[in-house]
Design a protein around this ligand. Structure first.
Ligand code: ATP
Ligand code: MG
Length: 293
């Protein structure tokens, strides 16, 4: 499903991956099979991806809700739609969430040295501006997880690192501190859970919003679009790790010669199929459940 079907609700917002419909107090958040990389939506979709993201987010929201509140409303798609076919189509890939005021930053937490953090460390010995001990290798576990927020760019724009001062200026000292604490706590709990299932969560991104003045988690949580997942078996710092997430697509794009500015790329069928398998595999490893079909 590359686009949400026609629905009898006003479109509230259209993200790169999700479409949000206005239900009044709530939003119907539909995860499509679209995939983005380097801030561009690809022309190819990954079949079943929206369902994986939705179910895995629900799984984590459920597990973490005692630690921190989230945007789930407790209502179901069927509470708003009568057509049983439409409900069956949307149910697996949608959640009904409380309409929050999204805070315009990405709450990133890093436990391992990968991606842009590795690039920054190699150049300057810092991650998110925070100095780290010398001699760390690519993919190495950090002495402590780091909270490294970024701005949330519009489509085509890049996210830029934010200092703690910039975050404080944007959302206020109290919210900035609560988001940081929540983000680190959720990451540490999830990392412990995943480790028991043979998965390293190298880093992840969360989003927060305001609901009746209170901070809540919104959007998605600990999915292969928002996180780096590495199998613990065979983990060896000093190089990039095989990754059960979107990294496979980023690597393929880099290797294909596609450059930013070239326009949205398509993926060959075998890359689509492999990506689909990766998303299903990480879902199964983390939740212990299979997706049907
Ligand atoms: N409970 C909520 N209330 C209001 N907005 C939300 C809520 N949960 C998520 N959102 C917003 O809905 C959008 C989800 O769409 P998606 O994840 O596809 O967007 P994106 O491409 O990652 O981000 P962008 O907003 O930059 O397009 C995001 O903008 C997110 O901030
Ligand atoms: Mg998003």
């Amino acid at each position: 499903m590359m686009e949400a079907p026609e629905l009898p609700f006003p479109l509230y917002a259209r993200g790169k991956v999700r479409e949000m419909f206005d239900l009044g107090e709530d939003l119907l958040m539909v995860a499509t099979d679209r995939i983005s990389a380097f801030d561009v939506v690809l022309r190819s979709g990954i079949p079943g991806k929206g369902e994986v993201l939705n179910r895995l987010s629900l799984f984590w929201f459920e597990r973490t809700r005692r630690t921190f509140p989230n945007h789930l409303s407790g209502k179901k798609v069927g509470d708003f739609l009568d057509d049983p076919e439409l409900v069956a189509l949307l149910e697996p890939r949608s959640m009904v969430v409380r309409k929050a005021e999204p805070l315009r930053f990405e709450a990133i937490v890093r436990g391992y040295l990968a991606g842009s953090a590795w690039a920054e460390y190699r150049e300057r010995g810092t991650v998110g501006g925070i100095p780290l001990p010398p001699g760390l290798r690519e993919s190495e576990k950090l002495p402590e997880p780091l909270f490294t927020p970024t701005t949330k760019g519009e489509e085509g724009e890049h996210d830029l690192a934010m200092t703690h001062e910039q975050l404080r200026e944007q959302v206020g000292e109290d919210l900035a501190e609560r988001a940081r604490e929540a983000c680190l706590q959720i990451y540490l709990d999830a990392r412990e859970y995943a480790a028991e299932r043979g998965i390293i969560i190298a880093d992840t991104k969360m989003e927060f919003g305001l609901l009746d003045g209170d901070l809540v988690l919104v959007d998605e949580l600990l999915t292969p679009d928002s996180s780096r997942f590495w199998p613990s078996a065979g983990y060896s710092p000093g190089s990039p790790q095989p990754s059960l997430d979107k990294q496979f697509v980023r690597d393929w794009l880099r290797g294909s010669g596609w450059k930013e500015g070239d326009g949205p790329p398509s993926l060959p069928q075998d890359v689509v199929t492999r990506t689909k398998e990766i998303y299903r595999d990480i879902y199964r490893r983390l939740t212990g459940a299979n997706l049907d079909g």
